[in-house]
Write a protein that binds this ligand. Structure first.
Ligand code: ATP
Ligand code: MG
Length: 388
């Protein structure tokens, strides 16, 4: 079968000692899953990872698979050919007429490494000859040996290998190498970005969304599911638990003072996320909170919600301002969906004057007095599941 070849560059994984195999195996699993149903094979050579894939596979699918797989820092289309100058020239002509080489390129150079010293030409001569040939066919290009836009790499080893400057991968560590976490996913801008950052450190996540129908519409739920769909390639799949939250919300409103509504609601969400996390073998909670962004994210408010969690709570956006978060949200493609105007229960039920500096012990008492645990248990028996 005719196979296309890609060279994949690994970042932080390459620094791992004995565990490297474990990280590479996970990366391979994640990429293979995205490339199915096309036949593909991973080859490891001298610290390099190559992927061979059926030529029938659309290039867009391959590029998306590599560009969303954490652990990959860069990737290039590559060619392997016989170790003779005619074959190498043909491969050069083929690779340098591809968009990956030509797009935005004004200058280039050829860089050759000749590990096989029996090859009749020296590295410098190979680069010179191929550079000359490229200039003949791509006459708008110029050679710049100091700061070229693109480099064509040629390696003479068991075969000749050719590839050009890499496209950027997302970096980080392969999803699934850092254990499992429960993401609290709302329809806002922040929590999808939080999911992205935790996936980048290798955390496998499931998501929970608290839905207060009919106070929050079905469109609000669909919006969260759309966000999960966009996040799914980065997260290597995302299972979303939609938990009915209306009865809990109404109970809070009935049983507590208005200014405490938001924080008691956040407490219930944190309890539910913990209960679900334990059920699903997750060792951490992930939220999109950022210090002092809103009343429920002041240090005192976070101290209270944190006190409702038995598991570590990861808040990767804690030190980021909204502008920075929006920038990443645009990069990962969630922003346009996040700003659709369907209300979340947080905004719908938020009091005019919420507590800003709550006393943790006092609020814990008020939480206990609501006697809400049985309602939480009940909500968890009515979860809707979506595998995205
Ligand atoms: P976001 O933009 O992520 O919605 P936000 O600025 O609106 O965040 P809050 O509404 O206070 O802030 O929510 C803080 C965090 O709590 C969210 O980032 C998310 O992790 C979680 N959260 C809020 N509402 C929900 C919900 N309905 N379901 C699940 N998690 C939620
Ligand atoms: Mg929100």
């Amino acid at each position: 079968m005719d196979m296309a070849l890609y060279l994949v560059r690994l970042g932080e994984i390459a620094l791992k000692g004995q565990n490297r195999i474990y990280f590479e195996r996970k990366l391979k699993e994640n990429i293979k899953h995205k490339l199915r149903p096309y036949r593909n094979r991973f080859l490891r050579q001298r610290g390099r990872v190559f992927i061979e894939i059926d030529r029938e596979a659309p290039e867009e699918l391959i590029v998306n698979a590599l560009a969303t797989s954490f652990g990959v820092v860069g990737f290039s289309k590559a060619l392997r050919c016989a170790k003779d100058m005619e074959a190498i020239s043909n491969a050069t002509a083929q690779l340098t007429s591809e968009p990956q080489f030509l797009t935005g390129t004004k200058t280039f150079k050829v860089e050759t490494v000749r590990s096989d010293k029996t090859f009749p030409l020296e590295s410098y001569d190979i680069s010179g000859q191929l550079g000359y040939e490229i200039l003949q066919t791509q006459s708008h290009l110029k050679v710049d040996v100091h700061q070229p836009d693109k480099i064509l790499y040629v390696e003479i080893r068991d075969h000749a290998y050719l590839y050009c400057s890499p496209e950027k991968g997302p970096g980080g560590l392969p999803v699934g190498t850092a254990g499992r976490g429960m993401l609290m996913l709302s329809g806002g801008i922040d929590s999808p970005v939080a999911a992205y950052y935790m996936a980048k450190r290798g955390l496998k996540q499931e998501a929970v969304y608290f839905h207060a129908y009919p106070y929050t519409s079905d469109e609000a739920k669909e919006k969260v599911l759309s966000l999960a769909r966009i996040l799914s390639p980065y997260c290597s799949g995302l299972l979303v638990h939609v938990v009915p939250f209306t009865d809990i919300q109404l109970h809070i409103n009935k049983m507590s003072h208005e200014k405490e509504h938001t924080l008691l609601m956040r407490a219930c969400m944190m309890r539910l996320a913990n209960m679900l996390a334990i059920k699903r073998d997750c060792l951490a909670i992930v939220t999109g909170e950022s210090l002092s962004q809103v009343a429920s994210q002041t240090l005192e408010s976070l101290a209270f919600t944190n006190s409702m969690s038995d598991l570590p709570v990861f808040r990767p956006l804690i030190g980021m301002d909204k502008g920075e978060i929006i920038k990443v949200s645009n990069q990962i493609g969630t922003y346009e969906t996040s700003i659709l105007p369907y209300d979340d229960c947080c905004t719908l039920f938020s009091p005019k004057h919420p507590l800003v500096r709550p006393d943790t012990a006092a609020l814990q008492t008020n939480y206990a007095q609501m006697n809400i645990e049985s309602l939480l248990e009940k909500a968890l028996t009515q979860v809707e599941l979506f595998a995205l």
